[in-house]
Design a protein. Structure first.
Length: 326
């Protein structure tokens, strides 16, 4: 049994030069680097390893550039052309353009993976093993009966040694490990993979600005006690409410519909929460607030109504602290 550390100029005796083998060097790179394209290599201007279809649909071209694949570095020093398989079936197929590194053959090549013909075709799976690693750089479709290349899309992900790997929302990394993070260049979102799906960690589009909630006739904003009734999205599926409202005159009665959430901001399931209110005579109290789900039938979807104990006569109520999913 022995411990080994590398890279050093010499072995522990201080005399014998240390040799680092392929497996050790590869492990170091794999642990320290990401998988992706160096976007500033090749011709620069983010054209590194960029693929494009030939005019006659016989294949695709790949521009020069470098990439890191599972602990190995690969480079294309001049434009490459890869033949694209024809689709002789009657149904459409999807295809991937990949950079393939083969450890046993000690080679890197551009290749096209062919999917299965189907009325709703799926992209072919990529191979990412210890011996063969494929990095997607583009995708396209061929309709049946020798259709031309259409729907060509860029699938490259880009190395970012100082942070999250860079990608577009339509071309996220394939087969990501748990905890893998990426930054979407087209949306500005930061995403993380939990082992089953991508989850948004940060999104510059959220929270949204506050939007007024339409009140039922006979109800008004009660701004002396806070904000006007309004809502905002904390994420694409999470809504927050705030503000206070009151009857134009008199007390709020039991089962009153006080407002209705607009389409697109209605809860997926019934929402029932306890909120603050004030009774006549300046006595603090709580009432039950309910929001009808998007599929409700007993109330109009999105209607906000209140449940009040017998004898309570609240003059105004809060919406602060109410959250729900759409």
């Amino acid at each position: 049994m022995a411990w080994t550390a590398w890279p050093h100029d010499f072995l522990p005796d201080g005399v014998t030069p240390q040799e680092v083998n392929e497996g050790q060097f590869r492990w170091t790179l794999e642990a320290a680097t990401q998988h992706g394209v160096d976007r500033y290599s090749g011709g620069g201007a983010t054209d590194a390893l960029k693929a494009a279809p030939l005019a006659d649909s016989s294949g695709v071209t790949i521009q020069p550039g470098r990439a890191q694949l599972n602990g190995y570095s690969v480079e294309l020093d001049a434009q490459d052309t890869v033949s694209a398989p024809d689709n002789t079936s009657s149904l459409p197929k999807l295809y991937r353009v990949v950079v393939r590194h083969d450890v046993g053959a000690r080679t890197a090549v551009g290749a096209i993976l062919e999917g299965t013909a189907a009325s709703s075709p799926q992209l072919p799976a990529v191979t990412q093993t210890d011996t063969v690693w494929e990095l997607p750089i583009a995708r396209f479709r061929r309709n049946g009966n020798s259709g031309s290349i259409i729907d060509f899309a860029d699938d490259r992900t880009f190395l970012n040694p100082l942070g999250d790997i860079l990608c577009n929302s339509s071309a996220r990394p394939v087969n990501p490990p748990v905890g893998h993070r990426a930054y979407e260049l087209d949306t500005g979102r930061t995403i993380i993979h939990d082992g089953a799906a991508w989850a948004t960690q940060a999104d510059p589009g959220f929270p949204t600005s506050w939007t007024p909630i339409p009140l039922t006739t006979g109800y008004v904003n009660h701004t002396p006690e806070g904000h006007s009734p309004s809502y905002r999205f904390l994420s694409p599926t999470r809504v927050e409410l705030r503000g206070s409202l009151a009857r134009s005159s008199g007390a709020i009665s039991n089962n009153s519909v006080v407002a209705r959430m607009p389409s697109g901001a209605r809860p997926a399931a019934w929402t029932r929460q306890v909120v603050g209110a004030e009774l006549q005579g300046d006595t603090a109290a709580t009432i039950r607030l309910s929001i009808a789900s998007v599929n409700a039938t007993s109330f109009q979807p999105g209607e906000i109504y209140v449940g009040i104990l017998t004898g309570y006569t609240p003059e105004w109520m809060y919406l602060d602290g109410v959250f729900f999913d759409v």
